[in-house]
Design a binder for this molecule. Sequence first.
Ligand SMILES: *[C@@H]1O[C@H](CO)[C@@H](O)[C@H](O)[C@H]1NC(C)=O
Length: 211
Amino acid sequence: MQKLIISAFIVALVAGDCNLQCPSGYMSFKRTPTAANGRTSLWCVKVILPDEPVNITSAKALCKQDGSVLTTFENEDERLQLADALIAGLKEKQRTVGAMFLDGHRTSQCETQDMSVLKAAPCNNPATAFETDDKHTDTTFMLQSWAHTEPGGTFYEKEIESCIQLGISQFERRDKKINDILCNYAKSPTKVTASDLWNFGAACGRLPDFQ
Ligand SMILES: *[C@@H]1O[C@H](CO)[C@@H](O)[C@H](O)[C@H]1NC(C)=O
């Protein structure tokens, strides 16, 4: 009997992927497992937009409350699915433009106002100046998906724009693209009325459940 149970368990394990399912409310992103995405074959993603815009701390907390972590897109299809989910969420707020936090920030080395550091490698290259906390996503594609003239690396007080948002914009060259933004603000303190830059929420991701 014990042998039978063990065999059944092994069969279930081998059947593997067939039984992995994203929780309800989450999109299913099928991925090609590679070393760069932690060998992820299915990643579950949900756009969470609370009533009021959020800073990075609150954005991460939103994901955590949902059993997830801040996440981002790995390819064009995922970028567009995230953008569509953001558009739908904004529409519920009677809005047509706005942004949300994605996983991704300057590396500690590149989070500085020292121009000699920012102008040299690796910080002078957007592909190497930023990293994600979560390792289930290959960031290569995202870090090529910047809005026109971004990352701007604007300074404000002692900070540099370090976090990453995905925006729905009235400007075509910014629409559905990423932008670097001050982490600790829900709305950019230098452009408070630019609602296309407000962080309305977060893209949250988690592994599927084993059904
Ligand atoms: C982030 O937002 C929360 C909620 O509004 C606030 O309590 C907190 O002080 C903010 N964090 C920073 C670093 O500004």
